[in-house]
Design a protein around this ligand. Structure first.
Ligand code: HEM
Length: 125
């Protein structure tokens, strides 16, 4: 694995380690208040980024050029804003960061859709 796939996997596994440690802390403390933020770190950070990484690995044609790099940037910015944003929203200290993170996350997925549609199709028999 190399290039953009590798970078997605580095980001994904960091999210998984932090997300799991957070889950263990929630279990140990008995305080599950922030479980939606933990869930989003694991699902957007670990699961989605790992899927992106696998996608670029099995479709190298789609992994070159500027768009996958912008995709990685948007996905990273999305996860590092939406997770603390959800924490703030749960703690009633503001919803702006969650809103920004949501928009960045959907923009990252829309860009991925564009990449899949324009560069993902194997036209060889
Ligand atoms: C060491 C690993 C993990 C531990 C110890 C852990 C622990 C927890 C705990 C204590 C809760 C709160 C449960 C409740 O209040 O009913 C929770 C919720 C949740 N976790 Fe994890 N978790 C781990 C890994 C993961 C992973 C890898 C994912 C997804 C890929 C995940 C997704 C979720 C989801 C979707 C919820 C429900 C959130 C909600 O209802 O708001 N967790 N987890």
């Amino acid at each position: 694995m190399k290039g953009i796939s590798y970078l997605f996997f580095v980001a994904a596994t960091i999210c998984a380690v932090v997300g799991m440690a957070w889950g263990i802390h929630m279990s140990a403390s008995g305080d599950h208040t922030l479980s939606p933020a933990h869930a989003h770190l694991n699902l957007i950070g670990w699961v989605s980024m790992a899927i992106f990484g696998i996608y670029y690995h099995v479709n190298p044609k789609a992994s070159y050029g500027l768009l996958p790099k912008v995709h990685l940037g948007l996905a990273l910015l999305g996860v590092v804003t939406i997770v603390p944003g959800i924490v703030m929203a749960i703690n009633a200290t503001g919803e702006a960061l969650a809103k920004i993170g949501s928009v960045l996350s959907i923009l990252s997925m829309i860009l991925f859709l564009i990449i899949v549609l324009t560069k993902g199709r194997d036209t060889h028999a």
